[in-house]
Design a protein around this ligand. Structure first.
Ligand code: SF4
Length: 448
């Protein structure tokens, strides 16, 4: 069980030296108990106390890494129930399901989806992260051959779904990739835990009830296995979500260690309708699955899941921003028009999409306004003439254009005169208010 702040305080040096960044040892102890401080911040904790405090200072939901190298994913380590309290930390891993009843062509197509279906959005790459390889035949040789093929074809991590005999056989060809093995149940926990220990790989548990799951995680923890993932799926989506919430609450609010692990969920088993499956996966990403296993990641379904995931796992207290600088569209040259806007990522992506659609070669200057949109930045004094002019001059854009002419968003037409004064020998033009009017505006300028 987790220690209280007072219990932790009793083990600290009590010198109030402030080196941990807290005014007193008691304040540090309280933060440690609430998982808001790191034990390592106090350099004076004795080794004996360290040992006793390690549990208290561990995250309430363990972080579990699946895979190896650059494509390894970590799930868990969440600290809050609600995204508005603080950001969620490790995005839900999306796994595509491949099983040993599939034809070679189908397996190849799924691997192709995993490796190639991705989107660049607001500076991030959105993609699936794992491949779940399942044995439906219970044929160890067949399963091993499939795991070997999949493992060789992708750098993404693996989830091995099979009985203990099949997993024992197949793990010899992929142990270095640190796959998640699925799943220890009350009937096979000894065999599965032996595989997990021998290969130092994470293990999933599955029980009929949460009590079964607690028994299994306690047994594995007692055996020295720490990297555990919980499958708490129920027959209905509603009950699955109830379990997800119960597990998250028990781990965070009660510091109940036997449920302090990330979860895995299987929307692929909940419906045969691809669109509905995506909807269920999106629900599970929101509440609070660490991994979702889906049957398909074709482009539209992947986009829906990954954009939903991105929205849930971005920091609500920090706007998404673009880097300040010069952006090129449609191969501009010295005679191409120059636009300026703010670095709010949504503004950038809307404006850039319209410029691209116009097919007119164009320069776009993005100014750092701390992630504010045009009107907000203007009213906050960050997208105003005396800030914009020095930025434009220092940006280096004058080396790229022949005529000093710049187009400002229509919403800040009122600053055009002052902006021109600040810029000196530049011409300032007022562009459209709505981004949707940019293509027509640019084509008029280009005479096309
Ligand atoms: S660094 Fe350690 S001893 Fe110093 S105030 Fe913090 S907890 Fe106390």
């Amino acid at each position: 069980m987790a220690l209280t702040g007072i219990q932790i305080f009793k083990m600290l040096p009590k010198t109030n030296c402030k080196e941990c960044g807290e005014p007193t040892c008691l304040a540090f102890a309280m933060k440690l108990a609430a998982s808001k401080a790191e034990l390592a911040s106090c350099p004076y904790v004795s080794d004996e106390a360290k040992e006793q405090l390690s549990e208290a200072s561990a995250p309430p939901i363990r972080g579990v890494v699946i895979g190896a190298g650059d494509n390894a994913v970590k799930v868990g380590e969440e600290l809050v129930l609600y995204r508005h309290e603080k950001t969620f930390v490790n995005p839900t891993a999306i796994a595509i399901l491949i099983d040993d009843s599939m034809s070679d062509d189908k397996v190849n197509a799924k691997i192709d989806q995993l490796n190639n279906n991705k989107y660049d959005r607001v500076g991030m790459t959105l993609k699936a992260n794992l491949v779940a390889v399942k044995s439906t035949s219970d044929d160890a040789g067949k399963f091993k051959a499939l795991v070997e093929k999949v493992s060789a074809a992708t750098d993404d991590g693996l989830v091995l779904i099979a009985n203990a005999d099949c997993i024992k056989e197949a793990i010899s060809v992929c142990a270095a990739k640190k796959p998640l093995i699925y799943a220890a149940t009350k009937d096979n926990v000894d065999a599965m835990s032996a595989i997990a220990k021998a290969n130092s790989v994470p293990i999933a548990v599955k029980g009929e009830t949460l009590d079964d799951i607690i028994e299994l995680t306690q047994k594995l923890t007692a055996a020295g296995i720490k990297d555990i993932v919980i499958d708490a799926d129920e027959k209905t989506f509603k009950d699955t979500i109830k379990n997800q919430i119960a597990i998250r609450r028990a781990a965070l609010k009660k510091k109940f260690r036997p449920l302090g692990f990330p979860t895995i969920s299987f929307p692929c088993d909940m419906t045969d309708d691809a669109l509905y499956e995506t909807t269920l996966a999106a629900g599970l990403i929101s509440k609070y699955a660490g991994i979702v296993v889906v049957s398909d990641i074709d482009a539209p379904n992947l986009l829906a899941m990954t954009v939903n995931r991105m929205n849930i796992y971005t920091d609500p207290q920090r706007p998404m921003v673009m880097d300040q600088g010069i952006y090129e569209f449609n191969s501009p040259d010295e005679n191409s028009p120059l636009l300026i806007t703010t670095n709010f990522a949504l503004t950038y992506f809307i404006v850039s999409a319209e410029i691209e659609a116009s097919r007119v070669p164009t320069w776009l200057l993005i100014m750092d306004t701390e992630g504010m949109s045009v009107l907000t930045a203007w009213s906050a004094g960050k997208f105003v003439a005396d800030a914009m002019a020095p930025f434009v001059i220092k940006s280096g854009i004058t080396d790229k254009i022949a005529k000093k002419k710049i187009i400002i968003p229509g919403y800040v037409a009122q600053l055009s005169g002052e902006f021109q004064e600040e810029l000196g020998n530049w011409e300032v033009q007022v562009g459209p208010r709505e981004a949707g009017d940019i293509p027509k505006y640019l084509r008029n300028i280009a005479g096309i």
